[in-house]
Write a protein that binds this ligand. Structure first.
Ligand SMILES: [Zn+2]
Ligand SMILES: [Zn+2]
Ligand SMILES: [Zn+2]
Length: 158
């Protein structure tokens, strides 16, 4: 699986391996990967652009004759809690995690032109922030690092 969504790749394989990884992770943890949870994960993985909760509900509605299941938000919470998706705070939207098997801090690269997002999870960056923070007399818990810019594909078409 490609770490960076900006590279050309077979995205169908991306979706498949994300769903397979979720399946395996739920089985290991004894969690139920319900059809709704699976569908919400697939919708978020449709492309490497973050999906907002309202858009997600709209898509579920159109698939299910006008009724978004009341459990849709809980499905989102479930996927978040289990590290299968991340929320991009600055966009208030969700992206699939590329390696949900281990807890990690993420650094997100956000293309402001095509709106695709790639996830880095570089422990060196994480450690650096931790070290600087404790040097400043601060105990960090969660790091939210969102970097905006232009991906290579958008840069050449400019
Ligand atoms: Zn992909
Ligand atoms: Zn992740
Ligand atoms: Zn781009």
């Amino acid at each position: 699986m490609s770490t960076l969504g900006f590279e050309r790749h077979n995205h169908a394989r991306c979706i498949r391996s994300a769903v397979d990884a979720a399946d395996a992770l739920c089985a290991t943890r004894g969690l139920r990967f319900t059809p709704l949870r699976r569908r919400v994960l697939e919708l978020i993985w449709q492309c490497h652009r973050p999906v907002g909760a309202y858009d997600l509900l709209d898509q579920l509605k159109s698939e299910r004759d006008g009724a978004a299941p009341p459990t849709a938000y809980r499905a989102l919470d479930f996927l978040m809690e289990n590290g299968l998706i991340h929320r991009i705070e600055s966009l208030n939207a969700f992206v699939g995690c590329t390696h949900p098997d281990a807890p990690h801090q993420s650094q997100f690269l956000i293309c402001t032109s095509c709106h695709r997002v790639a996830e880095l999870s570089d422990p060196a960056i994480e450690r650096q922030i931790d070290t600087k923070a404790s040097g400043a007399g601060f105990q960090p818990e969660r790091q939210t690092l969102e970097v905006t810019g232009t991906c290579d594909a958008c840069a050449v078409t400019r």
